[in-house]
Design a protein around this ligand. Structure first.
Ligand SMILES: Cc1cc2nc3c(=O)[nH]c(=O)nc-3n(C[C@H](O)[C@H](O)[C@H](O)COP(=O)(O)OP(=O)(O)OC[C@H]3O[C@@H](n4cnc5c(N)ncnc54)[C@H](O)[C@@H]3O)c2cc1C
Length: 376
């Protein structure tokens, strides 16, 4: 059977994949998006999105507030010894579940003519200036461009022999939605030994509780409940939130092997977007912003290439790699440094005391890990 032909094939339908699919279809390109999971689906994520993405989402025809997203303008941080810092967020953000946001963007993508296939990509080959893409259910496709938007860890990272996949990563993430009392306009980060828990509200009034911790801290306990009881609840604010709310999930969602290793924005001529290109520490609450921003960077250059304004693939790849580094490498470095410093249990309370003395530093630090509003 002849392989079906597309201008662009996008592997992975999270935020990076969906936004680039919508963007490219708006310029009338034939786009295929392949996502291995069904929509809608919950994902382990803090679900706080920086407002820097709003102008671009508007350009794509998506207004999160129309679907009940909560506007967030205040930030709170508590430490192990229950010290608290409050600050105004420089740009603010919104709270929306990935269940809803990805689902609405998926529906928008379809309405704009994107072809969406539920399947898992198992191989991509580049030959004679064309890509050949193969899926688990034995379907074959061809395209001029492939965008890799398959997230932080995928079977394709193994297939492409990417460097980071060979290293073990000690981080795991846990998320649940609960109902209870929590201000709509606040995102909070609560520290516990070995990790952080983000708290904010999403569109249906549920509170998202999402924490990241290192496996060393976690493995001493037999299950999530005992870990929470013995470690997480040492932070009295977290204990109060967990104990005074009603769980909305049958079981918490978990992921492991979260890696913050450096990746390449171009791999085997594939243009990597979102977490596939590099992941910022969730402590910074900007991974989704970066995924959406990288979709914009990639789509703009791909359009120029497909319309002949960028004359060679070599130049396309060079421009994207350069723009990606210019836009994200500083944020990533700062994000990793902040996460490293706050991981030092002896240092974190001291840093917090310093921030309480100099509260104007908090918005400045937040600014360094976020971008400016994205011009569409
Ligand atoms: C604990 C935790 C908390 C976080 N909190 C926040 C936060 O509050 N704010 C924030 O901005 N960011 C946060 N992030 C980061 C954010 O979740 C990610 O940066 C964002 O989801 C990246 O989007 P993406 O589109 O690159 O990847 P994803 O959303 O992961 O999408 C990738 C998609 O690719 C699909 N896929 C993978 N392999 C294949 C294949 N072979 N074939 C087909 N499909 C495939 C997957 O099913 C998936 O749907 C957090 C991350 C973690 C781990």
């Amino acid at each position: 059977m002849e392989a079906q032909n597309f201008d662009v094939i996008i592997i992975g339908g999270g935020l990076a994949g969906l936004c680039s699919a919508i963007h490219l279809s708006q310029s009338s390109f034939k786009v295929l998006l392949i996502e291995k999971n069904e929509y809608p689906k919950h994902k382990v994520c803090g679900e706080y999105v920086s407002n820097e993405v709003l102008p671009y989402l508007d350009f794509l025809g998506f207004d999160p507030l129309e679907f009940g997203a909560k506007s967030i303008s205040n930030f709170e941080l508590t430490t192990l010894n229950n010290k608290k810092i409050k600050a105004k967020l420089p740009l603010g953000g919104f709270g929306m579940s990935r269940y809803e946001m990805d689902f609405q963007l998926y529906k928008l993508a379809i309405s704009k003519g994107v072809e969406v296939l539920k399947d898992s990509v198992i191989d991509v080959n580049f030959e004679a200036d064309n890509f050949k893409v193969e899926t688990k259910s034995n379907k074959k496709f061809q395209s001029k461009i492939v965008i890799g938007a398959f997230g932080k860890r995928s079977n394709l990272d193994v297939q492409f022999n990417r460097k980071f996949i060979k290293k073990k990563s000690p981080y795991l993430g846990v998320k649940i939605h609960v109902s209870g009392k929590f201000p709509e306009d606040k995102v909070a980060l609560h520290n516990f030994k070995g990790g952080y828990c983000g708290v904010s509200k999403v569109e249906n009034n549920h509170i998202n509780l999402c924490y990241i911790t290192d496996f060393e801290s976690f493995k001493k306990y037999k299950d999530i409940e005992s870990f929470q009881e013995e470690v997480v609840f040492k932070n009295s604010t977290l204990k109060e939130i967990f104990n005074n709310s009603e769980i909305q999930f049958e079981n918490p969602l978990t992921i492991s092997q979260i890696s913050f290793e450096t990746k390449q924005p171009i791999e085997n001529h594939i243009i990597m977007c979102g977490d596939s290109a590099g992941m910022i520490h969730p402590l910074c609450g900007n991974g989704m912003g970066m995924a959406i921003r990288s979709a914009q960077l990639a789509s703009e250059l791909i359009i120029d290439y497909l319309q002949g304004k960028i004359e060679s693939r070599e130049k396309l790849e060079k421009y994207y790699a350069k723009r990606w580094q210019q836009t994200f490498s500083f944020r990533l470095k700062i994000g990793h440094t902040i996460a490293y410093l706050f991981r030092q249990n002896w240092l974190a309370p001291k840093l917090l005391i310093m921030l309480r003395w100099f509260p104007f530093l908090v918005p400045l630090i937040i600014k360094t890990t976020h971008g400016k509003p994205m011009k569409a």
